[in-house]
Ligand binder design. Structure first.
Ligand SMILES: [Mg+2]
Length: 226
């Protein structure tokens, strides 16, 4: 192995924790009670529009507007179609989401350990260039992770195996010398293997699949596996 290709959200940065923290602070400011069904609804609406963005059917800003519009209707608020108003509403969430960005405690130590082991690191993430590099900068990891490859810049998104092949090509490493590490078995593990990489599932909450042979529950356990 020569390189470790790390996912960002859910792997280095606690994305779900930041979303929950942001919703708990933002929703009361717009008169919505942030109970569990409402939080789940946000994620359902989010995934639908992010999928449309990844497929090229919406711009990133359009998916943000539609996400907040559909979410408000779903929680019983009147339909809002004014784009400036939707941008302001989404901005209320986004500001709090950004304030809540935090690395997992095992992120910086594993980057140091991999470097000591002589391995190169890079990030491969489905997000947009500006936001994903901003995330890494704000959590203090941008100068430690190596190159950052995004779905937006590659024009390809996980779970397309081609995104892993293209990242390796740009990195200058053969897929067989690279291991993909990420929290989503369906996005970070299976398509990476299909592209000829090795892959390790970071199963932080122990949800499985438990028969996955290359599985860790903390990044601290990763170096021993490589
Ligand atoms: Mg992830």
């Amino acid at each position: 192995m020569q390189g470790v290709l790390l996912d960002l959200d859910g792997t280095l940065l606690d994305h779900e924790g930041a979303v929950t923290a942001a919703l708990l602070r933002w929703l009361p400011t717009i008169g919505v009670t942030p109970d569990a069904p409402v939080l789940a609804l946000w994620r359902t609406v989010q995934e639908r529009h992010l999928a449309d963005w990844r497929a090229g059917r919406l711009t990133f800003q359009q998916q943000r507007r539609r996400r907040v519009r559909d979410f408000l209707v779903a929680v019983g608020r009147p339909a809002e179609d004014d784009e400036t108003r939707l941008d302001t509403l989404f901005g209320g969430f986004l500001r709090r989401y950004e304030q809540a960005w935090a690395p997992y405690p095992d992120a910086a130590p594993v980057l140091a350990a991999l470097r000591r082991a002589g391995l190169r690191t890079a990030v491969l993430t489905n997000g947009i260039v500006a936001q994903q590099t901003d995330k890494l900068a704000r959590i203090g990891l941008l100068d430690r992770v190596g190159p950052v490859y995004t779905g937006e810049a590659l024009g390809l998104f996980k779970p397309d195996p081609a995104v892993f092949a293209e990242a390796c090509r740009r990195w200058g490493l053969p897929p067989g010398a690279v291991v993909s590490v990420g929290d989503r078995h369906d996005l970070d593990v299976l398509p990476a293997r299909a592209a000829g990489l090795r892959a390790v599932h970071l199963d932080r909450d122990g949800a499985g699949p438990l028969d996955e042979p290359d599985r860790v529950t903390s990044l601290r356990d990763l170096p021993a596996l490589l």
